[in-house]
Write a protein that binds this ligand. Structure first.
Ligand SMILES: C[S@@+](CC[C@H](N)C(=O)[O-])C[C@H]1O[C@@H](n2cnc3c(N)ncnc32)[C@H](O)[C@@H]1O
Length: 227
């Protein structure tokens, strides 16, 4: 199991449904003014945002680097592929990267990723993404939690140091024989300074809004236009 697949298996135990819904509402209302017909959802997860946009009449494609996530999208008949953004064909009216996706990329990967996004936008296209603020990492994300049900036990231990959040996931899954199998891996998230987003060749930062998802000013929404 890759670390992203472990995250996919653990996500429902994190208690983030409400925050996810709030983010979807925000993205949807921001996209409203653009009257888009096509959308690429990068890091689409289980496809919740695509389902919403499809019901608004938007043609959606999702990609994610977790095969577990993509399998769940496909089971719901969503157009989803387990590929990197550099492999996506065609162009879209809008691209989104919802709920920390940019924080999964280190500085160099982020720059390449943003270039790939720009190349997949139609003229006048819009790219919307959110990132965690430094406060969001140091005061909200850092710490430990655990969660369990009859078949699963999860513990999460996150440490923020040198602008990186290292989150160790330990997941015990109950087998049919009653024994548990332990899965453990770490996901690194990177804090990004705003400066990175202000000097991109292919994308112009049109707007940024710092807002509160779990706590005061823990996230920033970034809205880019294709240059
Ligand atoms: C916190 S989840 C959010 C999922 C979804 N956007 C949502 O709002 O429910 C982050 C997702 O990004 C995916 N991911 C991480 N790095 C990625 C990359 N470079 N390209 C595509 N997906 C990526 C992970 O597998 C995971 O599904």
């Amino acid at each position: 199991m890759t670390n992203l697949d472990l995250y996919a298996k653990a996500e429902h135990l994190l208690g983030i449904e409400e925050a996810t819904e709030a983010l979807y509402d925000l993205y949807r209302s921001e996209l409203d003014e653009y009257k888009i017909k096509t959308l690429l959802d990068v890091g689409c997860g289980r496809g919740g945002f695509m389902r919403r946009m499809i019901s608004d009449g938007v043609e959606c494609k999702g990609i994610d680097l977790s095969a577990v996530m993509i399998d769940e999208c496909k089971a719901q008949n969503l157009d989803a592929e387990w590929i990197d953004i550099s492999e996506v064909e065609g162009k879209y009216d809008a691209v989104v990267a919802i709920f920390d996706v940019l924080n999964f990329l280190n500085h160099d990967k982020l720059l390449a990723f943003l270039d790939d996004v720009a190349q997949r936008l139609n003229d006048e296209g819009v790219f919307i993404a959110d990132i965690n603020t430094r406060y969001g990492f140091s005061d909200v994300a850092e710490g430990t939690m655990s969660s369990e049900n009859e078949k699963e036990f999860l513990s999460v231990d996150a440490v923020f140091e040198d602008d990186e959040l290292h989150t160790k996931f330990t997941l015990f899954l109950k087998n049919e024989d009653g024994n548990y199998t332990k899965h453990q891996d770490t996901i690194i998230q990177y804090f990004h300074k705003m400066k990175i987003f202000q000097t991109l060749e292919g994308l112009k930062l049109a707007d940024k809004q710092t807002f509160s998802l779990y706590d005061t000013e823990d996230k920033t929404l970034l809205i880019f236009k294709k240059r």
